[in-house]
Write a protein that binds this ligand. Sequence first.
Ligand code: ADP
Ligand code: MG
Length: 307
Amino acid sequence: MKLEELGEFGLIERIRKGLPKSDDFLGVGDDCAIIPCGDKELLVSVDTLIEGVHFLKDTDPYLLGRKSLSVNISDIAAMAGLPKWAFLSLSLNKSRDVSWIDTFMSGFLDIAKEFNVFLLGGDTTSSDVLTISVTIIGENEKGGSIKRSGAKVGDLVAVTGRIGCSYAGLLALENGFRKYNELKLTHLNPYPKVKEALLIKEYATAMIDISDGLVQDCNHICEESGVGMKLYWERIPFCYADFVNKEDMLCGGEDYELVVCFDRKFEDKVKDLDGFTIIGEVVQGSRVSVLKDGIDVELNNCGFKHF
Ligand code: ADP
Ligand code: MG
């Protein structure tokens, strides 16, 4: 069988099945692994950015430096943890200008400083294709991390921010639109929602960051929690971008907003939190459905997959 038939998530599941099971830690299947550490737990995740796949050639190196770390910090936010330490692996072509790397590093270190993250090491190799891989380590109090697997039937579902702005920004960049700078920046310079995660942590049963698209990432919560989800079109805070279909906004990736499930008894508390919108509920089932005027929206081939 070829990888394209198995798909990205089929491959991850195949790798996962071959691993020994243990109750000592949480491994494959969430935004971060959870490793117990005294009265705390460590959160660890790795994310790779490849030129031509994750970013366009000639992307501003300062913003790329920021984004390389931001998307990793976002995985710590998705567990409601605090980011602490990072490792940076760079694969570069020898003809690359050193000033490009200096600028990249100043972006990386600026976001590191904003979130109190320390760069502790990494790896440097040569490659024709610019590849950036960041490992992040975060921290939480023991049992404090919010997993993808905790959603319960009857919970409500909320999101931070607006949905689809990063995808709209990417389209604006790819098509060379002159306007839409703010949307382009949402794509190039996402801001991890660590603060928001800490605000909602005490009410949350399950959480994920939106890296692959709202619908696909909600489906990850459904799979890990063994539930279904209903999202109500009219309540979704779509991005203001008149040149993009709303259906595509539900499927486009890299919003780096949070999706969070919580017990409905906290509805009023969550309504009072800044920056959250309640968009749906957890139901029996196994998949997400998006309802517009009560009718299921067709979302074919929805969400970013590498294969
Ligand atoms: P995210 O979008 O939050 O970065 P991914 O979709 O990349 O998460 O990964 C889903 C889960 O699969 C994570 O728990 C990740 O650690 C795990 N995973 C992905 N690729 C591999 C791999 N090659 N080997 C082991 N685990 C993997
Ligand atoms: Mg994630």
